[in-house]
Design a protein around this ligand. Structure first.
Ligand code: CP3
Length: 345
């Protein structure tokens, strides 16, 4: 157990200082080397499904900064795409999908397509794991959690308030339940494939979990996540699972019932509150404001100290509260890592 990589040790419930560190969206447009690779493909999905390039961009931030974890370069919307829903990323606007609004629309989703469609992603996992073999860097696989993936599938893209999908959950409960069931099964299959290809831990991104009411949070966030965690743990008992119930706020205590080994805190979560309601057997991860990283300097330093303070003495992984934004200065990332690694217990 003491031989385990620092990142995995935190997920096993061990407190260590300084904490391991990685950043959501650490591979991305803020890095010139990412933009150079991105320019070689016509669209974002081609980058996700070209193993040589996806592996390269996964490794770029590891080479530059030596993070404790690498996250597979892909996207949560690869699952609806692999199930047969058309997906395009429109420059400057984000994802676009033909929306699913009724029972007939569900017919485009074919679970039998999943495994063959995601084969290039598994090839990326194999390549990255091989490249990391001589390092202490952990490889994180991931999927979107069913509710957040359903948000994009039903709305047909991003949304200010996800009003259509939230109304569907009340007004067409059978249609919504059928969609969620398809996503639970697809997510289990997809994460199982990633682990068999070499992912050492997996993370479920539930970016819109907190737009739900408490009863629907239990039904569409906690319960599907608990089922995925149970199924993955059954097949891979030693693989830890991280959940990120973004915007959960005071619904956070409910999420403990999912059985995850680590919980990601979003920017608005008070880390002292999280430390009070999440048992010490579960690692916390987060939650520096990505805009403090844009600002850099003294404001960044003060904010990092404020995040770290309540995390001492418990299993913890440093991260942002949401993804790095493209306008971030890469030098600020280096300064952040230096500060976290120099922090005293
Ligand atoms: O470095 C990493 O974190 C790994 C790769 C990763 C991406 N997306 C790459 C990406 C991960 C883990 C994601 C997760 C993801 N994707 C989430 C959950 C986390 C969150 O941000 O809330 C969501 C909601 C998506 C869906 C998505 N993908 C949107 C809304 C967009 C458009 C917005 C944007 O930032 O452009 C994407 C595109 C996307 N996914 C990019 C990257 C690097 C940018 C596309 C490009 O480079 O052209």
């Amino acid at each position: 157990m003491t031989d385990a990589k620092p990142f995995l040790r935190a997920l096993m419930g061990q407190a260590a200082w300084p904490p391991p560190i990685w950043l959501m969206r650490q591979a991305g447009r803020y890095l010139p080397e990412y933009r150079a690779v991105r320019a070689r493909v016509p669209d974002f999905i081609s980058l996700c499904t070209t193993p040589e390039l996806a592996a390269e961009v996964t490794l770029q931030p590891i080479r530059r900064y030596g993070f404790d974890a690498a996250i597979l370069f892909s996207d949560i919307l690869v699952v609806p795409w692999a199930l047969g829903q058309d997906l395009r990323f429109v420059e400057g606007e984000g994802p676009r999908l033909p929306p699913i609004r009724d029972a007939d629309d569900l017919a485009v989703l074919d679970p039998a397509r999943l495994e063959a469609s995601v084969a290039p992603v598994m090839e990326t996992v194999v390549r990255v794991r091989a490249a990391l073999s001589s390092t202490s860097t952990t490889l994180i696989g991931f999927a979107g959690a069913p509710f957040t993936v359903a948000c994009y599938m039903v709305e047909g893209g991003g949304s200010r308030d996800f009003a259509t999908v939230r109304a569907m959950a009340y007004a067409q409960p059978e249609v919504f339940a059928a969609l969620m069931e398809t996503l639970v099964q697809a997510t289990i299959a997809y994460l199982d494939l990633q682990i068999r290809a070499g992912a050492e831990t997996v993370m479920l991104f539930d970016s819109w979990a907190g737009v739900l009411s408490p009863p629907l949070f239990d039904r569409h966030v906690v319960e599907p996540t608990r089922r995925i965690v149970t199924a993955i743990r059954d097949r891979h008992p030693t693989i830890p699972i991280i959940g990120f119930p973004r915007l959960a706020s005071t619904m956070l205590p409910r999420y403990v019932a999912t059985g995850v080994n680590g919980i990601g805190m979003d920017t608005g979560m008070d880390p002292a509150y999280a430390a009070g309601v999440v048992p010490k057997s579960i690692a916390l991860q987060g939650n520096l404001d990505p805009m403090a990283l844009v600002a850099g300097g003294d404001a960044l330093h003060a904010e990092v100290d404020a995040v770290l303070a309540p995390m001492r003495g418990r299993p913890y992984i440093f991260n942002l509260g949401h993804g790095i934004v493209p306008q971030t200065n890469p030098d600020h990332v280096a300064a952040l890592i230096a500060q976290v690694r120099a922090s005293k217990a």
